[in-house]
Design a protein around this ligand. Structure first.
Ligand code: F6P
Length: 565
């Protein structure tokens, strides 16, 4: 495998796409009118997901050229390289094997990477996580006073938080009654203080989740949580003020998830209460590793297993389905089409499902920490734009906030709309005329938005409504604003796994076209280092303050003047 990425801009497909873009005058009204089969021809399926690409600015020729681009940058080989455990994370010299986390037990042939039987390792940890989850769920795991766990508090940040919290919110209907999971991530002390304020320490279990077990936020919050536990248990008379009693409290109320089990032990957590994973699992790709322990406790091993099966179904699709029908490949290529040929800077992800309200936030780390790069995997500069901004909020809330800009702004914002057929709460508005089914009203909005974005409203149509001439332009909708609609029967654990895997692979496909390493994240390091250097100045050290640049010094001065105000 060549270490040098193909420069996509030098490929014949790129030249052809440039010319194709210049020649294209998007007209979705006309394209649909001229081709009654368009919706059907551009709809694909992956697992349970029905993916309608037809409201994108594409023709058969567009897709053909994008598929040629995929071939010319060597996408197929790169997919195989990832799945087989090559060190495609070159700047960290690591394999990228989140797909191994969801291989079914007994998969053949076994996956051996760097001399290690990955399948056996994965199943071993999974068994341990499941056994622990069962103990907590059944009440067999008790705190120092002998009470079962009522609240699990996951302490982690980035990939050690966003995946578990997103999935916990998404799968609320599957959470065992009487169990609650809370999440602490921010080093803003407000987060931990308010999260634990009303908890009973005797029934609280903390999970410290950190791949490296060095992250400032997580370790600070873990120490604050431990101090809170000791103080509150002592106040309640549940433990003595002795080292042994405190150690026992940690043993019963703290477990950890990490690749650094030595650091877990140094914190005081018994390594037998720790769940490991491996450096080939990137933080933002880790929710289906032991990082998902809080989720496994909440929804149970069966549902967690279904989640993993959903992920795996999409991995298999990526690997085996021809690119012309391969949904993550097509969606990744479409994103390239919009970023590089249409100049799109952002991409909206708009779930019409309240349970997916944290999905856009989760995707922000997945996509932007992965593809926010300006050098390629051989260290040379990127040759074209990379990494668009992903953002979004659930519908219909977003409709009353930022959709104006998507409908009528000057920028193109490709958007993915996601909805489930089955409502989590089937409610009828019995007091409204016609007693409407509220989920149907909700989905009507989902259908209406992509229709409005695609087909718009002409000046003639606005005038025909009797609108005064002066305000006709303000009420015209240009249409031709691209969207992809993703629907599934219901938000089950399996469907959630499919959705997440879909976006993982979309991100990967884009990274391959751009020639970047989507699996490192050096861009987060400088700020972390500077924060540690600045901390003494913030604590009042005059020399450290003087060493700062004038702007930073002024800001710290403001803080020092006003902190007690
Ligand atoms: O700062 C970014 C990052 O390294 C993410 O990539 C990661 O998910 C997060 O921090 C948390 O890291 P850890 O799990 O090692 O605490």
């Amino acid at each position: 495998m060549s270490r040098t990425p193909v420069d996509p801009t030098t490929t014949p497909a790129w030249q052809a796409l440039t010319a194709h873009h210049e020649a294209m005058t998007p007209d979705l009204r006309e394209w649909f009118a001229a081709d009654p089969q368009r919706a059907q021809r551009f709809t694909r399926t992956v697992g349970d997901l029905h993916v309608d690409l037809s409201k994108n600015l594409i023709s058969d020729e567009t897709l053909g050229l994008l598929l040629e681009l995929a071939e010319q940058v060597g996408l197929a080989e790169r997919i195989e390289a990832m799945l087989s455990g090559e060190h495609i994370n070159v700047t960290e010299d690591r394999a990228v094997l989140h797909t191994a986390l969801r291989r079914p037990a007994g998969a053949t042939p076994p996956l051996v990477v760097d001399g290690q039987d990955v399948d056996t390792d994965v199943q071993g940890v999974l068994d341990k996580v499941y056994a622990f989850a069962e103990q907590v769920r059944s009440g067999a795991w008790t705190g120092v006073t002998g009470k079962p766990v009522a609240t699990v508090v996951n302490i982690g940040i980035g990939g050690s938080d966003l995946g578990p919290v997103m999935a916990y919110e998404a799968l609320k209907p599957f959470v065992q009654e009487g169990l609650e999971v809370r999440f602490v991530s921010n080093i803003d002390p407000t987060d931990i203080a308010e999260t634990v304020a009303d908890l009973d320490p005797a029934t609280t279990l903390f999970i410290v989740a950190s791949k490296t077990f060095t992250t400032l936020e997580t370790l600070t919050n873990a120490r604050l949580a431990r101090a809170w536990l000791w103080r509150r248990l002592a106040e309640a008379g549940a433990i003595e003020d002795t080292d042994e009693a405190r150690a026992e409290a940690v043993a019963k109320h703290f477990v950890a998830v990490s690749t650094a089990l030595d650091k877990v032990a140094a914190f005081g957590i018994d390594p037998s209460n720790a769940f490991g994973f491996w450096d080939w699992v990137g933080g933002r790709y880790s929710m289906d590793s032991a990082i998902g322990t809080s989720l496994a406790i909440a929804i149970g091993p069966d549902a967690f297993g279904q989640l993993l099966a959903g992920f795996h179904a999409v991995d298999e699709h990526l690997r085996h389905v021809p690119f012309a029908r391969n949904v993550p490949v097509l969606m990744g290529l479409l994103n390239v089409w919009y970023v590089n040929f249409w100049g799109a800077h952002t991409h909206a992800v708009l779930p019409y499902d309240q349970h997916l309200h944290r999905f856009p936030a989760y995707l922000q780390q997945l996509t932007m920490e992965s593809n926010g790069k300006s050098v390629r995997w051989d260290g040379s500069p990127a040759t074209t734009q990379t990494g668009e901004v992903f953002w979004g909020e659930p519908g219909t809330n977003g409709q009353h906030a930022f959709y104006q800009l998507i409908h009528q702004g000057t920028r193109m914002i490709p958007a993915d709309f996601i909805a489930m057929a089955h409502p989590a709460h089937p409610l009828v508005d019995v007091d409204a005329p016609g007693r409407p089914d509220v989920h149907e009203l909700f989905l009507s909005n989902f259908f209406a938005q992509t229709k409005a974005l695609a087909f718009g409203k002409t000046a003639d149509e606005v005038r025909a409504e009797g609108t005064a001439a002066a305000i006709v332009p303000a009420r015209v909708f240009s249409g031709n604003r691209p969207t992809t609609s993703i629907m599934a029967p219901a938000l089950t654990p399996s469907v959630l796994g499919q959705l997440v895997a879909l976006y993982e692979h979309i991100t990967f496909v884009q990274g391959i076209v751009w020639g970047i390493d989507s699996f490192d994240q050096w861009g987060v390091e400088l700020g972390k280092k500077l924060a540690l250097e600045i901390a003494p100045a913030v604590a009042g050290d005059r020399d450290a303050l003087t060493a700062q640049d004038p702007s930073t010094r002024g800001l710290i001065d403001f803080y020092l003047t006003h902190r007690r105000a």
